[in-house]
Design a protein around this ligand. Sequence first.
Ligand SMILES: [Zn+2]
Length: 377
Amino acid sequence: MRAYKFRLYPSKAQEKELNHHLWIEKNLWNILLEKTKEKYENEQKFLSVKEMREYAKGQGLYSQAAQSVVQNLDRSLKAKVRAKKKGQKWGFPRFKSFERVRSIFYPQSGFSLDKKLKVSPFGEIPIIRHRAMKGKIKTLSLKREASGKWHAIFSVEQEPQIQPANAGPAIGLDLGLNRLATLSDGKIIQNPHNFRKLEQKLAAAQRRLSRKLRTSHNRRKAKKKVALVHEAVANARKDYLHKSANWLLSNYSKIVMEDLRINEMAEEGHGKGIHDASWGLFTHMLCYKAASAGSEIVFVDPKDTSQECSGCHFTVQKGLWERIHQCSVCGLVLDRDINAAINILTRATAGMAGSNACGDGVIAPSLKQDATRFSGW
Ligand SMILES: [Zn+2]
């Protein structure tokens, strides 16, 4: 599956109707959640899908969208049951505000694509398709951005293409804070720090926002401005990560990385900083692009990759601030991150345990967001 995102240009009337649908979705989610909480209190059981469907009837929501709300809540409740069984802390999903409901999802039908996007019950919405979609369209999500723009996101099933193997060498890659990545051959991918101008704009917009009265019209305008700049920063960062991933995949046949379990970190509520988000997105991009580039991504145990000497495997303890690896046993002196990247590569080539699956463990928070976007929220 791959996703295509296109800008929509709904009319004023359509936009009103779209927003109204998001509003009903929010209400439906909250009603179903309240009912299931009630039932749980009385019978220690959640609402069944069938019961939820009964409640969803007559709420005025298009059937496909209603179905996806029910599926989402059911999936979310089942995840809680699994957590409970494993003895983990669990709680009910949260009630949603209008701001948190961002998309209308069509899991199977209700839309067709020609010059315009024909979608029930909104009619024909002008769409800009800036590239061709290859494959069979499976689902559609209509998404309202924080800036107020609307997008259509299609998920498309593609025939797997068999690519000739990439002839490049294998490489170890160390994700970092100062640099996005350091490679075992000494090459460096810098962090996308070229957003100074946008960031300054963002700061200015936020300052203006904080000065506005809580309910004023100007405040709404200022808020939209902040959202627009946020969007521009996120797009620029994504673009940089895409280019970096493409460059890596066209030059190396095998990319070895640390298995950082980024999604677990994010789910457990650790700080989800910009770095986590960039790492997660970058890893996700490498994974889904690798097959068509004829390359392979391998994940290895991250334990002590920066402490181990890549020359003699002696452990050289060092703090985060020590940028140079200096081994007292074999005399190796090397940039700290290059040393780590060599260790990462060695772990995949020396017959040590490495997993080559871009599996659940490394699905990034960004992908999670995509996943939730696809399921309608
Ligand atoms: Zn050494």
